[in-house]
Ligand binder design. Structure first.
Ligand code: ADP
Ligand code: MG
Length: 249
């Protein structure tokens, strides 16, 4: 970790354009924000507004077309993938909108994967089982993803993201497929982690319950944060610049 004032996440004028039909479609159009360490920030916006794309850029899974992305003060914008994978593994837990579980592995084995990849102390098997218990899926540990409901797969994905105790958790609609009770469970888990380890959370969500628990909400519409979309006022015309008031006597 760097100096205490270093934000956990910082985007500077991030754009992302993708080639489409001989031209380009601009998906992110100049996104700037900072998330401080320990903050719980919700990201809300209509479907197609760019939430998943932005989370992908933040996690270093996709590159900005222009602008810079910093994680814990480290500029990951053009970092080679070999190094970036290390930063991601050391600092970020990611919950994907589509879960991205490995279909041939059991729930237990899916949660173990990042524990083998990283340097987390202790037994991966024991830790993975604890995480599954925590999301209420201890009984389903041996089931493969296709033997689990959407909501259960979502909880496995959450257990996997949290297993390594990452400093920063980026979650894409993590309660989207959960019933009220399980959604509430996940919110309680987030609250407990924040209290215990000061984990930073950035959560894309449509769920008003999630947004209510967040300290702050960023709103994205059509690839722009509306909170910061107001353009800076143009500089005043030269002959309109007011005289500076004389210093107080
Ligand atoms: P959200 O998560 O807010 O629903 P997304 O980030 O998934 O939005 O998508 C934002 C916009 O970018 C949508 O219009 C979507 O169709 C488009 N988009 C996303 N990924 C791609 C891609 N790989 N190629 C072309 N367009 C894409
Ligand atoms: Mg999405």
């Amino acid at each position: 970790m760097g100096a205490p004032e270093t934000p956990a996440l910082e985007a500077r004028q991030v754009t992302r354009a993708l080639p489409l039909a001989g031209g380009f479609v601009q998906i992110l159009r100049g996104i700037s924000f900072a998330v401080q360490r320990g903050e719980f920030v919700a990201l809300m916006g209509p479907s197609g507004s760019g939430k998943s794309t932005l989370l992908g850029v933040i996690a270093g899974l996709d590159r900005p077309t222009t602008g810079r992305m910093l994680v814990d003060g480290i500029d990951i914008t053009t970092m080679p993938e070999s190094r970036l994978a290390g930063v991601r593994n050391a600092k970020i837990g990611m919950v994907f909108q589509a879960y991205n579980l490995i279909p041939t592995l059991s729930a237990q084995e899916n949660v173990e994967v990042p524990l083998y990849a990283g340097q987390h102390p202790g037994s991966p098997a024991v830790r993975a089982r604890q995480m599954l218990d925590m999301v209420g899926l201890g009984e389903r540990a041996t089931h493969r993803p296709n033997q689990l409901s959407g909501g259960e797969q979502q909880r496995v994905a959450i257990a996997r993201a949290l297993a390594t105790d990452p400093a920063i958790v980026i979650a894409d609609e993590p309660t989207g497929n959960l019933d009220a009770a399980n959604g509430e469970n996940i919110l309680a888990l987030i609250a407990a982690l924040r209290a215990r380890t000061g984990t930073t959370f950035l959560v894309a969500t449509h769920d008003q319950h999630v947004a209510e628990r967040a300290e702050r909400t960023l709103h994205i519409v059509d690839g722009l944060l509306t909170d910061s979309a107001t353009p800076a006022p143009p500089p005043p015309a030269v002959d309109a610049v007011p005289e500076l008031a004389p210093p107080p006597a």
